[in-house]
Design a protein around this ligand. Structure first.
Ligand SMILES: [Zn+2]
Length: 882
């Protein structure tokens, strides 16, 4: 291909408002005139009485004379408070979660010591210091764990609980002698005490943010190892140790890779990774003592699925990346959470892809990117760097924009700067800011210095503005030459009056069939360039860009023809754009459906996976609609070829991804009404129950799910019995999802009732209600139940889900009246802090309602015509040969 680059637009800086990190200017609630330097904390938990006592001594530095000082505390009682030995009177502000000490005399600048005796309660809700229940054989046992991020360290000990207040921590804990106690750094001493207790004193941590403090104690099994001079340990509840071997092996690959990549060695002497069934997140990156949910850490080669294996690797890679990005270098304030999460997501995906090339990790990450883009194209989105006014609002920042748009933008930037310059910039950044805090501006500066490119000006549009662009390609001919015009505008899905925004877009542009010939241009203004007549020109070659591409009819027709010659990433990208154009009303739905048909026998799992995901989305829109039957028939016909190839049973030597492909095809067929598939699922379930014939790990979710869907009372009881007897979190969740899938209203109600019992861990209980809406497709029943038992359910939630839980129950709805209902409920029953999540969900429901109205007729026509064509023998084949 030949084309001249007409306008390589270099940019005047787009308003780049943010400054590099400066402690004084960092947002937050706490005054900065007095700061903690070192905490010595002694904690005495009492599981039996669900309480704890603590004592701490905090070395402070008054940066100027002060008359009062303020720190965070939540739900704690203070028995004694002294500054430099003088008693103090605490004043609590429960709403602000602060503790203020007014001083009789001015405290001079310099070093001081604050001493506090305090006490608090222990519960099962997964924040602060909490009780983590687990199964040990037939016995229920309890361990202790912490989840501090974002703002819950203050529930365990009074502290300056904002990330810019770095300090060292020396923790001492009194625990039962039989417990293993774990914290960020190694134990320095253990002393036996009376009454079967011991005192464990840990070494001093490096200066770090309070949200990274960790403490665990329980009867734990461990495996020890070592890599690159770092002592490794994986810890589990009793009997689960061997299931942590896979994560340990993954760690031994990942840690040395990061040591090399970051150019700074992992800074602690040890890395403990602990798995419990009850946690506040899939993984929490506590420095040197990462906590995982069992379901994201344990892998049993005999019973786990391929997707669990992938999840374990990916989550471990993500959390270990935080040991540098987040822990060694920490975002100054929650408005820059993306520096932690976007980067760790990108780095984790990069490491997962590197060590498991057969998993198509980056291709499949396009699913996350698509989801983030669909949220980012609506009125309720926000910029990657968003204002977080108070620490209470910090949990809202843990969303798809922060994680997935953050990851996608970093990937695009890496691709633009080049892998080596980007890595060198990261090395310089980590070295320069180690043991300190940063803003995004610090990262851009480091990358700019190394690459010599205007990173800050380019990046500002992507991280400081909401949304993203659509690049529009139109061809024209004249003066004996063919040209393509490349323009941009903001891409939206349902915003009537979106603010027009512009971006500096690095666009890889080239012949669809020869991706290596692609050139990168940085598009700011509309530009025209000559192209070879008849060229199938594709933009976003490699699918690395975070933008949409719209092609005029002539270009699209040529691209469609070139599909068989394209690389998988480009086929996938073309499909993703076509679906998004249909959603946005920028192209007819038939264009995308035709592409689905063209790609029906594609041999790349990542593509099949995206198509199947799209079919599920349409399935939700079609629920109860007149076109549902025809749509299901068309969708079933689409997956006949992969079903015939994969069959029910794994083939010797088959690719790992075939296992996931098989289960997703069977699940789709069964749910979309294939009677033979449902019967086979029943047969295998009965053989499992009656004759003990095993169900392979990769088919468990699918078979139990389909059986649960069709369950009668007896089957439901059997599934429930299996769930109760199950000690694996992964398997228990599969069985609980099967219980939630019951289509019988009566059985689904019995499932819902389980969420109020103590049979399930708090998180599993609340998820069960959601599963009745999603897997069971009975959102109305789930919402009705949740509203009737709201307080009991809210009392089981993790901090991260507190605001999003009720809205999440409404997400499966596609009728606008449900958006009104959610808003009405929010006004009377939900905390004002849930407002953003409510608005986001209501907007999503209204969008789906409008989409249903607009797109369904196209889809229904398409399915009916395809179904009738496929009934005429031979016609399908001849059509598909072009
Ligand atoms: Zn993370």
């Amino acid at each position: 291909m030949r084309f001249g680059l007409c306008s390589l637009a270099f940019l005047a800086a787009i308003a780049a408002g943010e400054e590099p990190f400066a402690f004084e200017k960092t947002p937050g609630k706490l005054p900065k005139d007095i700061v903690p330097k070192d905490y010595a904390i002694r904690i005495e938990p009492k599981i039996e009485s669900a309480s704890f006592r603590g004592r701490e001594s905090i070395d402070l530095e008054a940066r100027k004379p002060v008359r009062q000082f303020v720190l965070n505390s939540r739900g704690l009682e203070i028995a004694n408070a002294r500054i430099d030995g003088h008693p103090l009177i605490p004043q609590f502000d429960e709403a602000k979660q602060t503790l203020t000490f007014a001083l009789a005399d001015e405290l001079p600048a310099g070093a001081h010591r604050l001493e506090l005796d305090f006490s608090g309660k222990l519960g099962e809700q997964t924040f602060g210091l909490f009780i983590a229940r687990y199964q040990d054989g037939a016995q229920q046992k309890r361990a202790l764990a912490t989840q501090m991020e974002a703002t819950d360290a203050r529930r365990m000990f009074p502290c300056w609980d904002e990330p810019a207040f770095r300090a060292t921590f020396e923790l001492t804990a009194v625990v039962p002698a039989a417990h293993t106690a774990v914290s960020n750094v190694p134990a320095a001493a253990e002393t036996a005490l009376a009454d079967g207790l011991k005192e464990v004193r840990f070494e001093k941590t490096p200066p770090m943010a309070s949200y990274l403090v960790a403490f665990f104690a329980g009867e734990l099994d461990a495996i020890e190892d070592e890599v690159d001079g770092v002592k490794l340990r994986v810890l589990t509840t009793p009997g689960k140790r061997d299931e942590a071997r896979y994560a340990l092996e993954a760690t031994k690959k990942i840690l040395p890779f990061y040591n090399e990549y970051f150019g700074t060695k992992y800074p602690l002497p040890k890395l403990d990774q602990l798995a419990l069934p009850s946690t506040g997140a899939g993984g929490m990156e506590n420095w040197g003592a990462i906590l995982y949910n069992d379901s994201a850490f344990l892998y049993d080669p005999n019973a786990s699925s391929q997707s669990t294996k992938e999840r374990v690797f990916a989550v471990v890679a993500h959390e270990i990346a935080h040991q540098w990005f987040g822990n060694l270098v920490t975002m100054a304030w929650w408005d820059n959470l993306w520096l932690n999460e976007g980067f760790a997501s990108w780095m984790g995906t990069k490491a997962t892809d590197r060590f498991n090339p057969e998993w198509q990790t980056w291709l499949r990450a396009s699913g996350d990117k698509e989801w983030a883009m669909s949220l980012d194209a609506r009125g309720t989105t926000h910029a990657i760097q968003q204002r977080v006014a108070t620490d209470d609002a910090a949990t809202d920042a843990f969303d798809e924009i922060t994680y997935s748009k953050g990851q996608a933008f970093i990937r695009m930037l890496e691709s633009y700067l080049g892998e080596q310059p980007f890595r060198d910039g990261i090395r310089a950044y980590v070295q320069r800011h180690a043991l300190s805090n940063t803003t995004t501006a610090d990262l851009w500066k480091a990358l700019e210095n190394v690459s010599g490119k205007p990173v800050r000006a380019l990046a500002a549009g992507w991280t400081e503005q909401p949304g993203f662009p659509v690049v529009k390609l139109s061809e024209s001919a004249g003066d004996g030459a063919t040209r393509v015009e490349i323009a941009q505008e903001r891409f939206t899905l349902n915003q009537k009056k979106a603010e027009p925004l512009f971006w500096a877009i690095p666009i890889a542009l080239g012949p669809a069939a020869a991706p290596l010939d692609a050139r990168v241009i940085l598009l700011k203004e509309t530009t025209r360039m000559p192209i070879e007549p008849g060229l199938a020109l594709k933009a976003n070659i490699g699918g690395v860009g975070y933008y949409r591409v719209w092609y005029d009819d002539a270009l699209f027709k040529r691209l469609r023809k070139a599909v068989p010659l394209m690389a998988a990433a480009d086929r996938l990208d073309l499909f993703n754009d076509s679906w998004a154009m249909a959603e946005a009303g920028r192209a007819p739905g038939a264009r995308c459906l035709d592409l689905i048909d063209l790609l029906r026998d594609d041999t790349t799992y990542a593509i099949a996976d995206r198509i199947i995901g799209t079919l599920w989305f349409i399935h939700d829109l079609e629920r109860g609609e007149p076109g549902e039957v025809a749509f299901h028939a068309w969708a079933r016909a689409l997956v006949q070829a992969p079903m015939a190839r994969l069959g029910w049973d794994a083939k010797p030597g088959e690719k790992e991804l075939d296992a996931s492909w098989r289960s997703s095809v069977i699940e789709l067929l069964g749910t979309f009404g294939d009677a033979a598939v449902r019967a086979e699922a029943q047969r295998r379930f009965r053989a499992f129950v009656e004759k003990g014939e095993p169900i392979p790990g990769n088919l468990r979710r699918t078979i139990f799910g389909l059986v649960g869907r069709d369950a009668d009372a007896e089957t439901w009881e059997k599934l429930h019995e299996l769930s109760r007897a199950e000690s694996s979190s992964e398997q228990k969740r599969i069985l609980n999802r099967a219980l939630a899938s019951a289509q019988s209203r009566e059985l689904a109600s019995r499932t819902l009732a389980l969420s109020l019992t103590d049979e399930l861990l708090p998180e599993d209980a609340t998820h069960l209600v959601r599963a009745v809406g999603v897997a069971g497709e009975q959102p109305a029943l789930a919402v009705e139940f949740a509203l009737a038992h709201l307080d009991a359910l809210l009392a089981k939630l993790s901090a991260l889900e507190a605001n999003s839980y009720v809205p999440s129950l409404f997400r499966p709805f596609t009728d606008a009246s449900r958006a009104d209902e959610l808003e009405a409920i929010a006004r009377t029953k939900l905390s004002p802090a849930a407002a953003h999540q409510v608005a986001k969900t209501a907007d999503e429901i209204r969008f789906k309602a409008a989409l249903k109205k607009r797109l369904m007729p196209d889809i229904d026509d398409w399915c009916r015509s395809q179904n009738s064509k496929s009934q005429k023998p031979g016609s399908k084949q001849s059509e598909r040969k072009e």
